[in-house]
Design a protein around this ligand. Structure first.
Ligand code: A2P
Length: 316
């Protein structure tokens, strides 16, 4: 498995397992199975409401002989825990659910803050503005988690270049990773370049287009990655599946991909995709598919009377 080295000298397996949209029971089964077939990187988050299931799956995998130090486990700080004094409690909850002493990576899930009592904001008043909860204060509190030995590295998710620059300039702490949506319809080449220039690993979420995300997050007539003709033709050329081509593409460009699957055959094919080499011509054909299209478009953070807008999120 290809490894992506991060600034502290550690390495992340380039193909990991995404756990968003799994129930705790499914997560337990899938995590244990995935580790048994060779996955060594599991991407989690407090808000996925399944970390206890992931923790049981990890425990079973470790009982079967896999060493903890050979696994890369990521979790994410939810938006309602941005106040610096809440960060420690938040990571402790994830560590407890995951049955771990230390995470490999802890990410700030979104550059958006909510009031402590709000899990999912449905009104603008439920947010905290960035004046009330500056991202850099949260970030410095996350760095203390590293100093306390609760995680080995910290990073961010859903950050664009201006927000990365702001965080780095105001704290001097460079994120180890930026995890954002990316696939052939949203290649994010400028952001990938920026991250790599700053020794920030780039992790692609929703690399397959996240077809099983909640209906409320879907639009009518969304383009499909898995049935795109270019992807299908390249898949036929390599005797592979379209999903494998999407993942091989992510790995080829030195990014990390974390596809979710709860199906054993697809878990196997997704893992194998990390070893599939694409030709330069394949890469050029895929480069032409870029459309700036987001499946996870962030509109859920733009609520009446709230401090955040989609334009601010992605462009400012
Ligand atoms: P399933 O869990 O039944 O395998 P993403 O990683 O972009 O969020 O996409 C996850 C979605 O893609 C899920 O619906 C998952 O379904 C499906 N999926 C996972 N692997 C593959 C694959 N190799 N080919 C087609 N669909 C896949």
């Amino acid at each position: 498995m290809k490894q992506i080295e991060i600034a502290n000298g550690q390495s992340i397996p380039a193909l990991g397992l995404g756990t968003w949209k799994m129930s705790p029971e499914v997560a337990e089964r899938v995590v244990e199975y995935s580790v048994s077939i060779g996955y060594r990187h599991i991407d989690c988050a407090w808000i996925y409401e399944n970390e206890s299931g992931v923790g049981k799956g990890l425990k079973n995998a470790i009982k079967s002989g896999v060493k903890r130090e050979d696994l890369w486990i990521t979790s994410k700080l939810w938006n309602n825990r941005h106040e610096p004094k809440e960060v420690r409690t938040a990571i402790e909850e994830s560590l407890q659910a995951l049955q771990l002493e230390c995470l490999d990576l802890y990410l700030m899930h979104w550059p958006v803050a909510q009031k402590l009592e709000v899990i999912r904001a449905d009104d603008g008043h439920q947010f905290l503005s960035l004046n009330e909860a500056p991202l850099e204060n949260t970030w410095e509190a996350m760095q203390q988690c590293v100093e306390r030995g609760q995680c080995r590295a910290i990073g961010v998710s859903n950050f664009n270049i201006p927000k990365l620059n702001h965080l780095i300039d105001s704290t001097g702490i460079v994120p180890a990773v930026n995890q954002v949506e990316s696939h052939p319809y949203l290649q994010q080449s400028e952001l990938v370049q920026f991250c790599h220039d700053h020794s920030i690993a780039f992790t692609a979420y929703s690399p397959l287009g996240s077809g099983d995300r909640p209906e409320a997050m879907k639009r009518a007539n969304e383009p499909s990655l898995l049935t795109n003709d270019v992807i299908k033709n390249i898949a036929a050329e390599h005797n592979a599946t379209p999903g494998q081509i999407l993942l091989a593409w992510a790995v080829c460009r030195n990014t990390i991909a974390i596809p979710k699957s709860a199906n054993e055959a697809r878990l196997q094919q997704n893992l194998a995709a990390a070893d599939l080499a694409l030709s330069n011509e394949n890469i050029q054909q895929i480069a032409r598919l870029d459309a700036g299209y987001r499946y996870v478009d962030g509109t859920f953070w733009e609520l009446p009377n709230g401090p955040y807008t989609v334009d601010w999120l992605w462009n400012q």
